[in-house]
Write a protein that binds this ligand. Structure first.
Ligand SMILES: *Cc1c(COP(=O)(O)O)cnc(C)c1O
Length: 399
């Protein structure tokens, strides 16, 4: 999965071009930087690769979500719907703009269940964030249709699915906007970093200004210091060094996915021999970024038995039902309302609890997650590692 597996001379060359100018900042320094604008180039290249009109680079995938929500005007008093199987960042961003996250069930795509989404929409729903978890598609067609009927914007959290497609179209381009992460474990990485893509020029301008303290980026005689402001912002600016790495990594993305697909196919063929096994529903195999292989057993007890054999043979799988970073009932800080804030924000406001989360609220998701086993698929699957994994799967198949 991670792009750091293929770091090479390409990344070094890009980074050195930045050091040669001495300009690490994405704005200003015109004469000194020559024609080197790495972050701007990376934005244009990433948007063009994905087939979107505009790209906005930011400091992280979490910042991408925050900036997208802020640009859409989401804040206190609003609800934002996402799914109960995701990384904590998705709902941290929702709380950070002052809104309250609402969680849907996932179905066998391991992503948002559209039927449950429909049930959770209220007058307060200001945005919907489906997540393309583990490299593959949410039911984005159905989700955007429901959202359009209620006139609610959709932010696709595409942090784990850069380069993945549905029917040939890139994930992240179906909704109002799509957000990406380039953190150290993502398919393409800039160490830390994120991106938002959209076709909406007005929305992109709002993001661009918000992420840079409200700078309107209008050309004026006073330069950057003479720029105006239309609203308050924050600082989520990406560095030139990150933009440089991003350019080199983006050029390798399709190749990384192709190699993952080969590796995934071999692991999947071996897993298919396990008695009672089924696989995660992938809406478009061709468009899968193949960063993960997810397979299901008929129940939690059998999943545990299979995983015990895999573990004993040096190739234990992840059970996200037990993983504390990605699944709703395991987020004790969310369930307990743990916060540093004296007033209890964001769980409480004005001395009153705004929201309480019931650990048993997502039974359908719990059933699925508890019997699902997951392997991360590396770009480079070494012979030794492959042998271990295939042998462990064969042992599980002999159960
Ligand atoms: C990694 C991730 C993020 C956050 O990205 P960072 O760059 O680490 O802030 C958001 N959503 C999902 C689903 C992720 O996997």
């Amino acid at each position: 999965m991670p792009g750091f597996e293929v770091f090479g001379d390409e990344e070094k060359k890009e980074v050195l071009e930045v050091f040669d100018t001495g300009v690490l900042f994405r704005y200003e320094f015109g004469p000194q930087r020559g024609d080197v604008w790495k972050v701007r180039q990376f934005e244009e290249a990433f948007a063009s690769y994905a087939g979107a009109g505009y790209g906005q680079a930011v400091t992280s995938g979490t910042a991408a979500l925050k900036v997208a929500l802020a640009a859409l005007g989401v804040g206190a008093g609003d609800e934002v719907i996402t799914q109960g199987f995701t990384f904590v960042a998705t709902w941290e961003a929702v709380f950070d703009v002052g809104a309250v996250p609402v969680f849907t069930e996932v179905d066998e795509t391991l992503n948002m269940d559209p039927a449950d989404l429909e049930k959770k929409i209220t007058d307060k729903t200001a945005a919907i964030i489906p997540v393309h978890m583990l490299g593959a598609q949410a039911r984005i067609g159905e989700i955007t249709k429901i959202a359009a009927r209620h006139n609610i914007p959709v932010i696709e959290d595409t942090a784990q699915a850069a380069g993945a497609r549905l029917g040939g179209r890139h994930l992240g381009t179906f909704g109002t906007c799509g957000t990406f992460s380039f953190d150290s474990v993502k398919t393409m990485t800039t160490g830390e970093g994120g991106m938002i893509i959209t076709d909406d020029e007005k929305l992109w301008r709002a993001m661009s200004e918000y992420h840079d303290h409200g700078h309107d980026h209008a050309v004026n005689p006073g330069g950057r210091g003479g720029e105006g402001r239309s609203f308050i912002g924050f600082n989520y600016r990406m560095m030139e060094l990150q933009g440089a790495i991003g350019l080199a990594q983006l050029a390798k993305l399709d190749d990384m996915i192709a190699r993952q697909k080969e590796n995934k196919a071999q692991l999947k063929a071996a897993a298919a021999k396990i008695s009672g096994v089924t696989f995660r529903e992938i809406l478009d195999e061709e468009g899968d970024s193949a960063t993960f292989l997810a397979f299901m057993l008929p129940d939690r007890v059998q999943a545990a038995k299979v995983n015990e054999v895999l573990r004993d043979n040096g190739a234990g799988a992840i059970n996200f039902g037990e993983n504390t970073w990605h699944f709703y009932p395991r987020w004790e800080h969310l369930l307990n309302g743990s916060t540093l804030c004296r007033g209890g924000w964001p769980f409480s406001a004005h001395g009153k609890r705004r929201v309480v989360y019931d650990p048993d609220a997502l039974p359908q998701s719990a059933d699925i997650m508890n019997r699902t086993l997951v392997y991360q698929v590396p770009v480079k699957l070494g012979e030794e590692q492959k042998k271990t994994m295939l042998e462990a799967l064969a042992r599980a198949a002999a159960l």
